[in-house]
Every structure is written in structure tokens, then in C-alpha cells.
Design a protein around this ligand. Structure first.
Ligand code: A3P
Length: 342
């Protein structure tokens, strides 16, 4: 039994044969130590992020170095404009959530619209960097002309308690877009992302439930983020429902042009991004762009978007689905939209 319970790769085996009882004890503790190390690394990753030092936050948006676009105001094609002109403004619209909902896809697709100028990276201003002040925030934004919309996306805003009040004090007219996805699939997607950075993580089921198959662990962020009704409740203290658009993460995959149509209407823009912009890439298994913004070549999202999910036992999925059901129903009532997750 020399290597049983030891670490793979021979280290445990050699300890078991030459080290006596002390070494055997050390070997039997090795898996525990390893698990503790993995959990420690995971906890560090899962801590709410801090605002990065000034050099590492998104640099103020440069003037666009592209050929002039053929549009100046919504729905006014044919009027060329000089690149790099315009002013930096606060965003009139924000994609505030949810993590792993499909927020990157939505942002990339919206950027095709000539009347949208979006920040490429996530500034995390209303959750992590608020103390830097509004002037700093505005300095990050791309320049826009009258009639163009400034947009940024930071999915953690949706679950940040202070974000609605802070955004309201920037402008109560801000339009808020939330991409939502079946909370069970979203949680598994979130877990898959963490697992890709922390190999050896405990199983999804072990993290989702306390004490084996005990109560659902709502303190685990992968579970907590999916309590959409609770988070929305906090937002509705500051903004009326009419200020929100809820995008179905599922339809964003099955019918991207349809969802993009709704978003363009909500933003008061002409429907410029339509089904002629998309094709289904069978290798990726997702819709991709026929021509990416800027390059003109076909473009799919990167490897971290649409990654394979680990297999989760059906019993775990069913328990979690049952857990979310009342929250989902409440969310459908609050939004007046049935997302069909149940
Ligand atoms: P998975 O990687 O779990 O499939 P976010 O950008 O908010 O982090 O969301 C990531 C999710 O966007 C992906 O989760 C994927 O399902 C979804 N998605 C939606 N449309 C997509 C597209 N056209 N290409 C790739 N992923 C897309």
C-alpha cells in the first residue's frame, strides 16, 4: 500500500517506503494540505477586486484611428465625420450585468453600430474605482459626436449594492441593460471560468451546497449572482423599471439579430445591426460576426467565451433548478418577461 492516498507522481510512494510512521502521517495529510492550498488560492481569486493602481486601469480612450464613419446622427447615413472629434461624455447607457450572461457578445455586436462608441475594457468605476471621481471616469470614455451614445459594460455592477445610487447620482436618465441567462447554467459557466484559473478546485456540487447535499450556499458568488430578483429589488429603489432592458442570454445565442433589434430600439437608434451581420460558426457553436468592427474580417469571440462546461451530476442541477424557481418567478413578475428557464 506504499503509495495509497499519496500524491500522484511518486513523491508519496517514496515517503511511504523510507520515512517510517512520521512520513506516513505527512503523506496522509498531503491531500488535505493540497485541498487547503487550492481553496486558499480560490478564495483569493474570489475576493471582490480592488481598483487597480493607476497604471493598470484602462487608459483614457484614444481618438479613433479609423477611416471616418459614414454617419453623424442616428439614422443619417452618408455624412462623413472627422475621426477623433467630439467630446468625452458620461455613458448614457450601461451594460450592468450579469457576469457570464453574454455581456461581451452584446458589447461586441453593438459596437458595429455607427452611433455607439463603447469602451472595450471594463472600468469597474461604480464598484471598485469610485473614489477616483467622475472626472476620471469620463476621461476614460471615447469621444462622441452629438447623437452618438457612449456605452460601457461592467457586469459586476448588477450585484454591487452601492452601484444603483452612484449611477443615479451621475445621471438618473442612464439606460440600464442587463443580460440574463438561466441562473443554473450561468453558475456552471462562472465555475468553469474559475476552474480554468484554479485547477483542482472542489467540484461544483461541493461548492454549491453546504455539508454535502445540505442547503444551497448562497454565500458562494456563483450562486448569489443568479438571485436576479433580489438584485433587481435594490436597483428599483433608485430607477424605474422603464429605465431597464433585460436581454435574454439564450436568445442572444439563438437569435442575435432579434435581441440586437430590441437593444437598438431601447437606445433610440435605427436598427443598423441586423441578421446580415451574423453567421453561425459550427466549430465555435455560436453566432459570429461576418465582419468585425475595424478589421472587416469574420470574427468570433475568444476562447474564454463559449468554453466547454464541466459535467455536473443531474441531481445537482435539479436541486439548484428547484432552488432558483421561486426567485425566477419573482423576476418574471418584476420584469413582465418570462425567460423560460423553468
Ligand atoms: P460560456 O463560456 O459559459 O458558454 P460574458 O461575456 O458575460 O462573460 O458571457 C460569456 C457567455 O457568453 C458565454 O458563456 C457564452 O455562452 C455567451 N455567449 C453569447 N453569445 C456568444 C457568442 N456569440 N460567442 C461566444 N459566447 C457567447
Amino acid at each position: 500500500m506504499a503509495g495509497s492516498g499519496g500524491l500522484p507522481g511518486g513523491a508519496g510512494g517514496s515517503q511511504g517506503t523510507v520515512g517510517g510512521p512520521g512520513a506516513a502521517l505527512r503523506a496522509s495529510r498531503a491531500p488535505l494540505l493540497f485541498a487547503a492550498l487550492v481553496l486558499g488560492a480560490y478564495c483569493l481569486c474570489a475576493l471582490p477586486g480592488r481598483c487597480p493602481p493607476a497604471g493598470r486601469v484602462p487608459a483614457p480612450a484614444p481618438a479613433r484611428a479609423e477611416p471616418p464613419r459614414a454617419s453623424r446622427s442616428p439614422g443619417a447615413p452618408g455624412l462623413p465625420v472627422a475621426s477623433g472629434s467630439g467630446r468625452r461624455r458620461f455613458p448614457q447607457a450601461l451594460i450592468v450585468g450579469v457576469k457570464k450572461g453574454g455581456t461581451r457578445a452584446l458589447l461586441e455586436f453593438l459596437r458595429l453600430h455607427p452611433d455607439i462608441r463603447a469602451l472595450g475594457s471594463e472600468p469597474h468605476f461604480f464598484d471598485r474605482c469610485y473614489e477616483r471621481g467622475l472626472a476620471w471616469y469620463r476621461s476614460l470614455m471615447p469621444r462622441t459626436l452629438d447623437g452618438q451614445i457612449t456605452l460601457e459594460k461592467t457586469p459586476s455592477y448588477f450585484v454591487t449594492r452601492e452601484a444603483p445610487r452612484r449611477i443615479h447620482s451621475m445621471s438618473p436618465a442612464t439606460k440600464l441593460i442587463v443580460v440574463v441567462r438561466n441562473p443554473v447554467t450561468r453558475a456552471i459557466s462562472d465555475y468553469a471560468q474559475t476552474l480554468s484559473k484554479t485547477p483542482g478546485l472542489p467540484s461544483f456540487g461541493a461548492l454549491a451546497f453546504r455539508r454535502g447535499l445540505g442547503p444551497v450556499d448562497t454565500a458562494w458568488s456563483a450562486v448569489r449572482i443568479g438571485l436576479y430578483a433580489q438584485h433587481l429589488d435594490n436597483w428599483l429603489r433608485h430607477f424605474p423599471l422603464s429605465r431597464f432592458l433585460f436581454v435574454s442570454g439564450e436568445r442572444l445565442v439563438s437569435d442575435p439579430a432579434g435581441e440586437l433589434g430590441r437593444v437598438q430600439d431601447f437606445l433610440g437608434l435605427k436598427r443598423v445591426v441586423t441578421d446580415k451581420h451574423f453567421y453561425f460558426n459550427a466549430t465555435k457553436g455560436f453566432p459570429c460576426l461576418k465582419k468585425a468592427q475595424g478589421s472587416g474580417r469574420p470574427h468570433c469571440l475568444g476562447k474564454s467565451k463559449g468554453r466547454p462546461h464541466p459535467r455536473v451530476p443531474e441531481a445537482v442541477v435539479q436541486r439548484l433548478r428547484a432552488f432558483y424557481r421561486p426567485f425566477n418567478r419573482k423576476f418574471y413578475q418584476m420584469t413582465g418577461q418570462d425567460f423560460g428557464w423553468d
